[in-house]
Design a protein around this ligand. Structure first.
Ligand SMILES: [Fe+2]
Length: 139
């Protein structure tokens, strides 16, 4: 667990890049969201800021996650169900954070920030990357 979170944004790194433009756009978008959340947690959370993060997460879901699922379904990806299961877990978790926020719960922000980081490292950098390569090979 990270004890001290600084407001400095994570820079974009070459190692995040792939040959798939949709994957890169999604990764850039998500890193932006992580950086928004990072700054909020480090400098003090305000309602407007958190609302903006949730709004961006809906965009990420509609624009990238669902599109990824559509491509993978059309192309007959063999790991589709597991991948979709991960997406469902993610959306459930974000909805739970949002419900906490709407109820006025305090202190969920750091947990949510760490969860977003984990998602980036463990889903996007591994499973989305595999899926992006699969899509490229089939196109
Ligand atoms: Fe995914």
């Amino acid at each position: 667990m990270v004890d001290r979170i600084t407001p400095d944004p994570y820079p974009w790194k070459r190692e995040y890049e792939s040959d798939n433009r949709l994957y890169d756009a999604q990764t850039r978008k998500f890193l932006e969201i992580i950086n928004m959340m990072k700054e909020l947690v480090a400098t003090g959370v305000d309602k407007e800021g958190i609302s903006r993060v949730f709004f961006q997460l809906i965009y990420y879901f509609e624009e990238y996650m669902l599109r990824e699922e559509i491509y993978l379904t059309e192309l007959g990806y063999d790991n589709l169900e597991a991948h979709k299961g991960d997406h469902r877990d993610f959306t459930k978790r974000i909805i739970a954070f949002r419900e906490g926020f709407e109820k006025g719960e305090k202190g969920f922000e750091k947990e949510m920030y760490l969860y977003l980081e984990k998602w980036f490292d463990e889903h996007m950098m591994i499973y989305d990357r595999k899926a992006a390569n699969f899509i490229l090979e089939r196109q």
